[in-house]
Design a protein around this ligand. Structure first.
Ligand code: PEP
Length: 237
């Protein structure tokens, strides 16, 4: 069995200096302990860089605008990603959907644009609390809408199911709920499917033991390198 896919989303945390320190320490841990799979890090845009590492650490962008370059104030495009050899991008994260107001139409356009350029895409979907409370049928409908316009057979796609009510709240979905919801998504796409939402050292083993869970996208608990090392130690096969 391969080790699960582990991806760390730094969100708006870490500087260029602290990211370099983190990568160096993670590289040391991976070189010493081995993992058998690439480990993905999504640092803030200002910390993107070409890191010299012994182990397979893949640096991804949390976001970019679907353009090579141009007049999109505050955004970065392909030219800025290429400068650092970034070949992985997060698309559809709930904070971009719900805080930054990205529509499904725009997300689908972004997905298609980066897919055409061959980037590896981590694509996030997940329902807010009121939809979860409305029941299974409502959740299914909501998730299907978040896949509208997305090529779910893209060979460089990794999906992440991240219920909004579990992100950064300390509330993790139960294994039963993850299994049930992953089955809905797996019926649509056979691409690897991660769970995200308050994954931490105390629950990562339980989350990754869920049938149909291929890994974890981790925010808060990944920000301290010691937490990341602990989680990798727990899940490494
Ligand atoms: C995330 O941002 O993708 C995430 C899962 O965050 P947290 O682990 O903090 O819930």
């Amino acid at each position: 069995m391969p080790s699960p896919i582990i991806a760390a989303n730094f969100k708006t945390n870490h500087t260029r200096a602290s990211t370099a320190e983190y990568v160096s320490r993670l590289d040391g841990w991976l070189a010493k302990n081995g993992y058998g799979m690439p480990v993905y890090l999504f640092p803030p845009a200002t910390a993107l860089d070409r890191f010299e590492t012994e182990s397979d650490i893949r640096i991804g962008a949390q976001n970019a605008y679907p353009t090579v370059k141009g007049s999109f104030t505050g955004e970065i495009g392909m030219e800025q990603l290429d400068e650092f050899g970034v070949e992985t991008i997060l698309v559809g994260h709930s904070e971009r959907r719900h805080i930054l107001g990205e529509s499904q139409a725009f997300i689908a356009r972004k997905f298609a644009w980066f897919m055409e350029r061959g980037l590896e895409i981590f694509y996030c979907i997940g329902e807010p609390l009121e939809v979860r409370e409305a029941g299974e049928k409502a959740v299914r409908h909501y998730l299907v809408e978040q896949l509208e316009g997305i090529d779910t057979s893209y060979e460089k796609l990794t999906l992440a199911y991240e219920p909004v009510w579990a992100i950064g709240t300390g509330k993790t979905a139960t294994p039963e709920l993850i299994e049930q919801t992953h089955a809905v998504i797996k019926a649509i796409s056979d691409r690897p499917l991660l769970y995200g939402g308050s994954v931490k050292p105390a629950n990562i083993a339980e989350v990754l033991a869920v049938p149909g869970c291929d890994g974890a996208l981790i925010g808060t608990a990944s920000w301290e390198i010691s937490g990341m090392e602990t989680m990798l130690e727990i899940v490494k096969s």
